[in-house]
Design a protein. Structure first.
Ligand SMILES: Nc1ncnc2c1ncn2[C@@H]1O[C@H](COP(=O)(O)OP(=O)(O)OP(=O)(O)O)[C@@H](O)[C@H]1O
Length: 363
């Protein structure tokens, strides 16, 4: 089984994890139909929307090409969708490529030289571009010009090539990995946050409408609460719940149907799946809440160390269920509560029994 939640989309097969945030094949097939087409349809991310709206309106009013835009944030939060919206709002065509697809500067030169005036170039996983391509991009972004190197060794010559003005929309899961000279060349930078449950509920209602599925408000809320703050996961869970509702009921998604369907798929009320729960259960039941070393924890759940560290832990940490401390992994009081267990007296992350305050996580 491939649990890989952090791998990049370009060169990995579909993850089989229902709560993984990277697009699987089914997502790729249906997502186009679910993408909002303009800024008004785009749900949540209020600040990003407001700021981007200003940037695009101003460019339109000047009759100019929009500034380069950098979007950072976890997979499935809407970076590709937003890049398409930028193109649509500017009435411009869009070209989509990704960092790993551009290994040689020549690959980039070929793309850049075939752009139309005003075109949006969406470069996903921009942090994974090769160094020479990155350096070519600096000049292209700033001066709309590239130097194409012809020949090799001492006889090589640089032929300057003028480019039409274009808008680069770069997307990255890790803005910190971008070299500062590249980051500085973006006129507008936006960080996409995880979505609130109420926003995901709106995403689910909108998708249900497009998929012609009847859903009650509480049904949407139930799915939203398990979607890990990510529209892609919300849409994926919606499709699985729809299947269940069709087979086991009359097709309508109620709160009960959503909860029953997602328990079949082992996605719990906070969006933890089997792997997440296995890690948490081992930490609480075998190690009394920790601290325990990562390798020991991984052996206890029968997974690779990297799988526990890179796939399960980020979400458990984000949810405040697990902490990484210098002494090892430690469960928080919320972890004990979530699994319905009582921390043993004096356990780290449990209560001390005296003042009721957690030993490590109190004031
Ligand atoms: N704000 C939103 N409102 C409604 N639907 C959204 C929103 N953001 C994302 N989606 C939906 O979630 C799905 C995933 O979005 P998208 O492909 O844009 O994510 P991404 O951040 O580009 O992911 P990746 O980094 O894996 O490429 C799309 O089907 C899109 O319809």
């Amino acid at each position: 089984m491939n649990w890989d939640d952090t791998a990049d989309t370009a060169d990995t097969p579909a993850p089989e994890r229902l709560v993984g945030s990277v697009a699987d094949r089914e997502d790729q097939a249906v997502e186009a139909a679910l993408r909002p087409k303009d800024l008004d349809e785009f749900i949540g991310q209020e600040k990003v929307r407001e700021q981007l709206d200003l940037v695009l309106r101003a460019a339109r009013a000047r009759g100019a090409t929009a500034d380069h835009v950098l979007l950072s944030g976890a997979p499935g939060l809407g970076k590709t969708t937003l890049s398409m919206i930028i193109a649509a709002e500017m009435g411009a065509p869009i070209r989509i490529t990704s960092g790993p697809a551009i290994q040689h500067a020549g690959d980039l030169a070929a793309i850049l030289s075939s752009l139309q005036e005003g075109e949006v170039l969406f470069l996903d996983e921009i942090h994974r571009m090769s160094r020479p391509a990155e350096e070519m991009l600096y000049m292209a972004m700033e001066d709309f010009r590239v130097d194409v190197i012809v020949g090799k060794g001492p006889g090589a010559t640089a032929i300057p090539l003028e480019l039409p003005p274009f808008t680069l929309v770069g997307a990255t899961t890790r803005a910190g990995l971008l070299p500062p000279p590249l980051r500085d060349r973006f006129g507008f930078t936006a960080h996409m946050e995880f979505y609130e449950p109420a926003e995901l509920q709106r995403v689910i209602h909108r998708s249900a409408l497009l998929l012609d599925v009847e859903i009650a408000a509480e049904g949407a809320a139930e799915i939203a609460g398990r979607s890990r703050g990510t529209p892609r996961i919300a849409n994926r869970l919606l499709r699985r719940v729809r299947d269940y509702a069709q087979v086991k009921a009359d097709g309508v998604i109620t709160k009960e149907i959503a909860a029953a369907a997602l328990s079949v798929y082992e996605v719990d009320s906070r969006g933890l799946d089997r792997l997440d729960r296995a890690v948490l259960e081992a930490l609480l039941k075998l190690f009394g809440g920790g601290p325990v070393g990562l390798s020991t924890l991984a052996v206890a759940v029968g997974e690779e160390r990297e799988t526990v560290e890179e796939v399960a832990e980020p979400f458990l940490v984000r949810e405040g269920l697990l902490a990484r401390t210098p002494r090892g992994r430690v469960a928080t009081p919320a972890a004990w509560a979530h699994l319905g267990l009582t921390a043993p007296h004096g356990a780290i992350g449990g209560t001390t029994g005296g003042n009721g305050q957690p030993e490590l996580f109190g004031t």
